[in-house]
Design a protein around this ligand. Sequence first.
Ligand code: SAH
Ligand code: SF4
Ligand code: F3S
Length: 453
Amino acid sequence: MNDIRPVTDDSRPKIYIETYGCQMNVNDSEVILSILQDEGYALTDDMDKADVILANTCSIRDNAEQRIWGRIDQFRLQKKKRDGVIIGIVGCMAERLKDKLLDGHQVDIVAGPDSYRSLPSLIRAVTPDTPQINVLLSHEETYADISPVRMDRNGVSAFISIMRGCNNVCSYCVVPYTRGAERSRDPKTIVREARQLFENGYKEVTLLGQNVDSYLWKDSVNADNDVNFAQLLEMVAKTDPSLRVRFSTSHPKDISDEVIYTMAMYDNICKHIHLPVQSGSSAMLEKMRRKYNREWYLERVHKIRSVIPDCGITTDVIAGFCGETEQDHRDTLSLMEEVVFDSAFMFAYSERPGTLAARKYPDDIPYSVKTERLNEIIALQSRMSLKSNEKEIGKRLRVLVEGPSKKNSDELCGRASNNKMCVFPSCGEKAGDYCEVEVVSVTSATLICRRLG
Ligand code: SAH
Ligand code: SF4
Ligand code: F3S
C-alpha cells in the first residue's frame, strides 16, 4: 500500500502535474501520482525541475480547452530549455481530441482517463520521434486497488472516487464521451480507503461521482447483497463518528428518499447537497435531456428541506442553452428565487462537438444575450447567497478548521456541515480541529463568527 503523502526525494526523477476541471480530476491526479511514485518518480511543484510534465485536462466548456492550449505552449518552452523533458496531456481533453493533440508533435504523451496504469510504459516508450497514445475507455477500470497519493497538503479533507463515467447523456455534456460508461467501485475498497484516510489523520472525505445517486455495486452471487448509494453512505459514515462524510454530485432525477433519510440519521454525514438544476424551464430541461422538470426539482428540494431543515443546497445553472427564450430565462430566475440556493456555479452554454445538442440544436443564442442572462443570474445568486447566509445569524455551528483565514492570519477558516465557509478568531487550533462558533454577521460568501466555549 502506498504512503498517503507525496515523495519529494531529490535523487528521483521528477514529475510535475497541473490539474484542471472537476474534483474527479483532482482525485485522478492523485491516482496518477500513486502509479508514478511506485515507478520511482517523485513529485515536484517546480516545472523547471520536472522530467515529466503532465496536464490533467478538462473539456467541459470551450474556454477550459483554450486555457490548456495556452499551457501547452508554455510547456513546450521547457523542451527548448532542457533536452529530454516529456510532456503529457491526460484526462478529458486527451480523450476528446485524441491524436489531434499529436499533430505537429505538440506533446509526447496523450492518455485518457482510463489508461493511467499504462503511463509508466508510455513514458518509457517515448522517444523524440515516437509520441505515445492510449485513449482506450474501459467498462471496468475504477482504480479500486490504488491508494491515491494526497497532494492537498492540508491533511484534513480528501476525495474518494466511488464510481467513474456517466450514462446520462445530457444533451449539452461532453463527459459521457470523455469518461465513458458508468461503473461503480467495490464498496469494500471505498470503506478501506476511508478508514486508511481516517487513520492518517484526515477528518473529512468527499465521495465523488458524476451522479452518485446511481451508484450500484452488484454482488456477483446474491442480489440481496447489492449496495446502493444510501447504503454506501451509511457504510462510510460508520467508519468513525468524527469522520465527516460529504458527497457530490447528486442528480435531481435520481436522489432518493433513502439517501435523504440516511443523511438525517448520521450526524457525521454533512448536511449539504449539490443538486445541479441547469434550468428552471421544463422545456429547456426536456431539451437538455435531464429527465426531470421544474415541478419535480422543486418537490425534491421540498422533500430535502422537510427532512433536513438546515440542509445546504447548491446548484449549477447554464444560461443561453439552444433556443432559450426570454421566458425560459425568467423561469430560471424565478426558480432560483423560490429555492434560495446557498451558492451556485453558473455558466454560459458552450457547444461541445459531438454532443447531442451540437448535432441536433443550433447554438442560436447570441454571445451578448448569453452573457447578459448569465450576469443577471450571477447578480441574483449573489443576493440569494446573502439572503441564505443572513438566516444563519445567531446559529451555533460546528466547524472543521481548514487553516488560517486568507485575509487575516489571526483568524481561522473552515466549513460548517452545510458547506458554508466560516471565519472566526483563532485560539491556537490547527487544521483538522473542530470548533464551536456562533454566527454574528455575514457576507454573501462567508459567515463571520465568534467563539463559543
Ligand atoms: N455530473 C454533474 C455535472 C458535471 S459537469 C451533473 O450532472 O450535474 C459540471 C457542470 O458544468 C454541469 O452541471 C453544467 O452546469 C456545466 N456544463 C456542462 N456542460 C456544459 C456546457 N456544454 N456548457 C456550459 N456548461 C456546461
Ligand atoms: Fe454530464 Fe449529465 Fe452526466 Fe452530469 S449527469 S456528467 S451533466 S451527462
Ligand atoms: Fe472536466 Fe472531465 Fe471533469 S470534462 S468537469 S474534467 S469529468
